[in-house]
Write a protein that binds this ligand. Structure first.
Ligand code: G3P
Length: 218
């Protein structure tokens, strides 16, 4: 399972990278805005900075919603760095653009996916990644994990190579449950990765080991 961090915050990306388990980064316009990054040049430079920190894929989202605009923006983003994955919304023009990018060998991440039907369409269009937003489904009393399970079944039935990127992860149990269901990737906040470390028995056990080790007189 690949671990991506869902942020545009360079400190947090660095911290996750230092842990040694980071496989990539996902961003979106809201996350970029949260960091106060504005203006085309600054935004493109920020993507480059992220690519320099991590070795893996970095999703950069288009904001155009028409086919020509998505293609223009996506091609520009893809040229920026070899690690850039063009993030395209699940809309009709987006599906057309996914097919266009796929035919041209440009890697994509289909975002804002909330149903198995949308995920099927994204795979048919040749998306590299599909991003079902499980946390936002949970927020409206719908089972986000069920969607991950349904997409896994459909993709396995037909051997689709599109990777399931479980997005809108909110906590560690989302990560663990997505792993159990066979999601290829998870993207979440730093806390969802750090949380995997924690267990009170580990802390209690370590304290005891260290206390007993004092008798070694090292
Ligand atoms: O990057 C897309 C997705 O992960 C957004 O998550 O927490 O805003 O629902 P969230």
């Amino acid at each position: 399972m690949k671990f991506f961090i869902d942020t545009a915050n360079l400190d947090q990306i660095n911290e996750a990278q230092e842990l040694g388990v980071l496989d990539g980064v996902t961003t979106n316009p809201s996350l970029m805005a949260k960091e106060g990054i504005t203006g085309k040049e600054n935004i493109l430079n920020h993507y480059k900075k992220i690519c320099e920190i991590v070795d893996g894929d970095v999703s950069a989202e288009v904001v155009a919603t028409d086919f020509d605009g998505i293609v223009k923006e996506g091609e520009e983003l893809a040229k920026l760095h070899k690690q850039i994955i063009v993030k395209v919304p699940m809309i009709k023009e987006g599906v057309k653009a996914l097919k266009y990018f796929s035919d041209k060998g440009i890697k994509t991440n289909c975002t804002l996916v909330f149903s198995a039907g949308q995920a099927l369409l994204a795979a048919k269009a040749g998306a590299t990644y599909v991003s079902p937003f499980l946390g936002r489904l949970d927020d409206i009393s719908t089972d986000g994990l069920q969607l991950i399970e349904d997409i896994r079944l459909i993709y396995d039935n037909y051997g689709f190579e599109t990777e399931i990127l479980a997005a809108s992860i909110r906590h560690t149990m989302h990560v663990v449950n997505c792993a159990k269901l066979g999601a290829d990737v998870m993207t979440g906040p730093l806390s969802s990765i750090d949380g995997l470390l924690k267990h009170p028995l580990t802390d209690i056990g370590l304290e005891k080991f260290l206390q007993d080790a004092k008798s070694f007189n090292l």
